[in-house]
Design a protein around this ligand. Sequence first.
Ligand code: UDP
Length: 347
Amino acid sequence: MKNNNNPASPSPEFIPTKEGERVGVRPQILITGAAGFLGSHLCDRFINEGYHVIGMDNLITGDLKNIEHLMKLEHFEFYHHDVSKFVFVPGELDYILHFASPASPIDYLKIPIQTLKVSSLGTHNLLGLAKVKKARILVASTSEVYGDPLVHPQTEEYWGNVNPVGPRGVYDEAKRFMEAMTMAYHTYHGLETRIIRIFNTYGPRMRLNDGRVLPAFIGQALRGEDLTMFGDGSQTRSFCYVDDLIEGIYRLLMSDYVQPVNIGNPQEITIKEFAEEIIKLTGTSQKIISKPLPQDDPKQRKPDITRAKEILGWEPKVSRAQGLKITYNYFKSLSKEELYKTAHRFD
Ligand code: UDP
């Protein structure tokens, strides 16, 4: 087990030894959304840190392929369960990471009710579980709480500009409820809570057909299709490589900080420039074509990461050039069947 050099504040049941382990027993962590993009990387990280990992997923947007390498491990368990329903886990739990949710605008347009339920009812269930188990819980919030932001770059103090009844409202408002509920459990029940606001993240295990810009562009390049840029491409995003994000999550969980923390890469780029980067990376001879800009598509997004730097000593280490190369190689390694799959379970 690796040493934990981060500023850990132990939960009542968590008595670390010098190595950060509970005496004789591995710390136990429940990770929801375990078969998803971020959830599966978190499972890997906590297995590598020497935890007993319990993964949970209803597999609506997740894929067991992302965790099949963990299934045979003694210290990994998987529960096929929808956390919007009562969550039962036997035995002790030290930590909970709530990462279950559809996360792409296309997905939450197709399954809006599940999207609302997983971050509202699901969060409530997991907070209740954390209370019973006296576990520390970290919930995955999002830069979407800032909506189409009027403050740039976005600091945690900014309250956001969200349209509750627009197409993104089902995700944004559920995540805002998640934050409010989590804070209420902290103040009212004294629960140990952490809130991360995740900005656009990319890397291996993203679903090629999830509609998000990076898998969309790389998938199109690999299939020999034109790249579909929405609007005039002047909208900006800031892309964080998954390994950097996972490190930020780990540090926040081990910190004693309860207010929300932005984790993302502040290197901002327009979607048009991003499309050009993907064309260069993939060497495709396809061109960029313009499609209508979806309603309420945020015009600009860039995290202010001052808080993460000061409190967690965290900042991203992987450049976009490095991260895109690794991600492109991952997408290239997928089967033809995977590359041409357009539908998903809920289609
Ligand atoms: N986008 C695009 N073409 C695509 C998919 C997305 O131009 O095929 C744009 C989208 O309109 C948005 C940005 O890329 O401005 C990022 O979209 P994504 O769905 O990845 O996530 P968001 O940051 O909007 O939640």
